[in-house]
Design a protein around this ligand. Structure first.
Ligand SMILES: Nc1ncnc2c1ncn2[C@@H]1O[C@H](COP(=O)(O)OP(=O)(O)OP(=O)(O)O)[C@@H](O)[C@H]1O
Ligand SMILES: [Mg+2]
Length: 265
């Protein structure tokens, strides 16, 4: 990997989902050590963008168009997962309800959904120890043998965050990680994200709630219908004018101790 490589470099990428062209000639560069929030109305392309970064979707191949991650266009998914931990709704839905917390967390080492069959025999003691340690940090160690179906949404989300962190990736990609969490659980989650940001991890977070953007996030990318409608320092993008324009509704914004809050204008 080139030492000064950008974390993400997207040039003129066109990305389809089924019969919908979500992005046409999208360009976006994110440096290493930037902490970025991606916002935008429903259907604007946030999840699609994260899936393209995570190599679940590919741009149309043509000259002058590419998506580079850490300087490379071609990644073996297994190698990429060493650098990037992902928490998303899709992932959440793909787990079977009978899987235990420990199984979910350990599966992070294999970029798999569970650890069945032959995979189970490949789990090392070191990986198990590391899974338990990560679960302890996230306050879910007591749930190690509990099936997902017997956990609250917040506990399940924490298990997924533990899964994303278990192999200590430099970059975390989070798609609405706090959806469905109560105040205590989402504030707790936020606090853990803040710690990870302070430890120097790259964070890319998609959220609809301004108050759930960790204060450590310095840049906001605002998408609208597959176009980057605004991109810049948080304080320049999270303004009443910019948000009201992009969401086509009157929005006011408060900035309280590094946290932002949107309310009707
Ligand atoms: N599996 C799919 N097949 C076809 N089109 C899709 C698929 N998933 C999403 N789309 C379309 O792609 C566009 C972007 O969707 P995407 O999920 O990226 O939006 P989003 O910004 O994440 O929205 P939300 O805030 O609702 O999560 C939308 O027009 C959507 O209808
Ligand atoms: Mg989405």
């Amino acid at each position: 990997m080139p030492p000064e490589a950008k974390l993400i470099e997207i040039r003129n990428a066109t990305i389809w989902r089924g019969t919908t062209c979500v992005f046409e000639n999208l360009s976006l560069v994110i440096d290493q050590h930037e902490r970025v929030a991606i916002l935008g109305p429903n259907g604007s392309g946030k999840t699609t963008l994260l899936k393209a970064l995570n190599r679940e979707l590919y741009p149309v191949a043509r000259a002058g168009s590419f998506i580079r991650i850490l300087g490379l266009e071609k990644w073996n998914v297994w190698q990429l997962r060493k650098h990037i931990g992902v928490v998303s709704h899709d992932l959440h839905q793909r787990y079977t309800p009978t899987m235990s917390a420990l199984e979910v967390v350990v599966s992070g080492f294999f970029s798999s959904i569970g650890v069945h069959g032959t995979l189970a025999s490949r789990v090392t003691q070191e990986q198990l120890d590391s899974a338990v340690a990560t679960m302890e940090q996230l306050g879910v160690a007591s749930l190690r043998d509990t099936p997902l179906k017997a956990m609250s949404t917040g506990q399940q989300r924490r298990c997924l965050l533990a899964r994303a962190l278990v192999h200590r990736p430099d970059t975390l990609i989070l798609d609405e990680p706090t959806a469905g969490l109560d105040f205590a659980a989402s504030f707790d989650y936020l606090e853990r994200l803040r710690q990870l940001a302070q430890e120097g991890r790259n964070i890319l977070i998609v959220t609809h709630h301004l108050n759930e953007i960790p204060p450590e996030v310095d840049r906001v990318v605002l998408l609208k219908a597959g176009i980057v409608a605004a991109d810049g320092p948080k304080e320049a993008v999270l303004t009443a004018d910019v948000l009201s324009h992009v969401y086509e509704t009157r929005i006011r914004v408060a900035d309280i101790d590094g946290y932002y809050l949107a309310y009707p204008g």
